[in-house]
Every structure is written in structure tokens, then in C-alpha cells.
Design a protein around this ligand. Structure first.
Ligand code: HEC
Length: 261
């Protein structure tokens, strides 16, 4: 083992009071749950835009950020996040109505009843963040060419993500700073990497609009972020409760193992 002396302020989990370890463990558990739900949400919202509902693909991301190039916002929504709101045959009827030019004459008889029954509980205009689908003109608007998530929405989601992810990785990184890991640079990289990925990820959303292959950057940065989350999470949990005191840490107390009371 290369012997970089331990920093005066470094404390391994085994040196911390049990109360602190309980707070850390509880925070890790809830963050882990949050991450899982986040991923479920991601797959639910994005998969299926390319016609294959089960996987999240490069095409799904390109369509989400730049539009499908052919369909409308209505079509993308019905094939993606709104697909569970109505039976498939009703969704197909809506899509084909939109594709045929969203005629006013067929709206009242065929389209309105479906919308009233399946959509208006959320899209009646009472929620300012959801498209209002009440009436022909508003419906006509969502049948126009889909150009993907608009810049304003991206800006809104960006700032929420930047704040939210920073909280997550600040907490996780601070907990993980108590881990004993050699080589030391690996520990530094694991702590810093998610922050770099966060900046790259969010920038790539905008760049996909300009150049589609940036969707690979979005996927890679998301993947690396998830991998560093999982790695820090597992090492923290393991060292906190199962691995005992590292030799170098015990040595500075002149003992073999620290027994925490
Ligand atoms: C339970 C509430 C709910 C119901 C019912 C619902 N939606 Fe949505 N809808 C949402 C939410 C929430 C979003 C935003 C989802 C997102 O951004 O991922 C949304 C987004 C959309 C969008 C995308 C708007 C945009 O700006 O691109 C369309 C189009 C849409 N819904 C159409 C429908 C249609 C058509 C129906 C009926 C078949 C329907 N929705 C039923 C909640 C609902």
C-alpha cells in the first residue's frame, strides 16, 4: 500500500458516532429510492417515441429534443408519456385525425368526446403547465409539426436539474468523503465526475437540437452519472457497516480495530 499519510481532518466511517452513520445511511437509502424512481420516470417519459415502447434509445432522445420530423406534439405525446391515458385504438384514431390535417368537421363528432372523457381531467386549462386541450383551436395547435422540447421548457428543466442534482451529489460526495479508497485519485474522480457529467448532460440537451449525435453525449453522461452514484453508494454502505476499520486508520489510534459504542 502506498503510504500517503492520512489527512488530519479525515475520518473513516468507523471513527464516526453511530448517530451520524444512521443519518448517512437513511439519506443514502432515500437518495437511492429517489434515483430509482427518477430512472423509472425517465424511461416512461422518453421510451416509445421511436415506436418501440420498451427501450430507451438514441432515436427516442433525438425525437424528444428535436421533434420527430414528421409527427405532431399530439402524436409524440400519445405514443410516449400519454399512451397509458387511453386505449390504443382511441389513440390511433386521434393520431390519424391529426395526420389527416385535423379537420374541424370531424372534431365535434369523433374527437371531442374522446378528449372530454380521457384528457380533460388534466388538460382543461386549470394547470398552467399542461397544454389546454379544450376546444378545436387549442387541439389544432398540438397537431402542428413537432419541433421537440422548446427552449423555454429546457431552461426550466435545466435549472431544476442543476439545483436538484447538486444537492444529491453534494450529499452523496460528502458521505463518500469518509470512505477509505486507494489510489486516492480514484476517490477524487468519483466525487468530481457527477458534477462534470451534470454540466455536460444539460449542455448536450441544447446541442442535440443543433447536431443530433449529441444525444450520445446525453446518454453517456447520464450513464456515467448513474455509475458513479451506484459506486459511491455501495462503497459507502459497505464501509459504513460491514468492512471494519482500515489498517491505516486503526494505526493512527494505535489499535487494530475501532469498536464504536
Ligand atoms: C392524469 C393527467 C393527464 C391526463 C388524463 C392526460 N394528460 Fe397529457 N399530459 C399530462 C402531463 C403531466 C403532461 C406533461 C408530461 C411531460 O412533460 O412529460 C402531459 C403532456 C401532454 C402533451 C404534451 C404537451 C406538449 O407541450 O408537448 C400532450 C399533447 C398531451 N399531454 C395530450 C393528452 C391527451 C390527448 C390526453 C387524453 C388522451 C391526455 N394528454 C391525458 C397529464 C395528463
Amino acid at each position: 500500500m502506498s503510504e500517503t499519510p492520512l489527512h488530519r481532518l479525515y475520518h473513516h466511517y468507523s471513527e464516526l458516532p453511530v448517530s451520524m452513520r444512521i443519518v448517512y445511511t437513511a439519506a443514502l437509502c432515500i437518495l437511492g429510492m429517489g434515483y430509482l424512481f427518477g430512472m423509472l420516470y425517465l424511461v416512461h417519459v422518453y421510451s416509445g417515441r421511436d415506436g418501440n415502447p420498451n427501450t430507451l434509445s438514441y432515436e427516442d432522445l433525438v425525437i424528444a429534443y428535436t421533434g420527430s420530423g414528421k409527427g405532431s406534439r399530439l402524436e409524440s405525446a400519445l405514443r410516449g408519456p400519454m399512451s397509458s391515458m387511453l386505449p390504443a385504438e382511441e389513440a390511433n384514431a386521434l393520431v390519424s385525425w391529426a395526420q389527416k390535417g385535423a379537420e374541424r368537421s370531424t372534431y365535434e363528432s369523433f374527437i371531442r368526446p374522446t378528449i372530454d372523457k380521457r384528457c380533460m381531467s388534466c388538460h382543461d386549462g386549470s394547470n398552467p403547465h399542461l397544454a389546454n386541450l379544450g376546444g378545436y383551436d387549442l387541439m389544432k395547435k398540438v397537431t402542428e409539426q413537432d419541433t421537440g422540447t422548446d427552449i423555454f421548457t429546457l431552461v426550466r428543466v435545466s435549472h431544476i436539474h442543476l439545483f436538484g442534482m447538486t444537492f444529491i451529489f453534494f450529499i452523496l460526495g460528502s458521505i463518500f468523503s469518509h470512505a477509505f479508497l486507494r489510489p486516492l485519485w480514484l476517490k477524487y474522480v468519483l466525487i468530481a465526475l457527477p458534477f462534470v457529467c451534470e454540466a455536460v448532460d444539460i449542455s448536450s440537451w441544447y446541442l442535440v437540437k443543433v447536431y443530433h449525435p449529441f444525444a450520445y453525449v446525453t446518454m453517456a453522461s447520464g450513464g456515467i452519472m448513474g455509475a458513479s452514484f451506484a459506486t459511491m453508494w455501495l462503497i459507502s454502505m459497505y464501509q459504513m457497516w460491514f468492512s471494519g476499520t482500515p489498517e491505516a486508520v486503526a494505526a493512527r489510534h494505535g489499535v487494530k480495530e475501532i469498536i464504536v459504542g
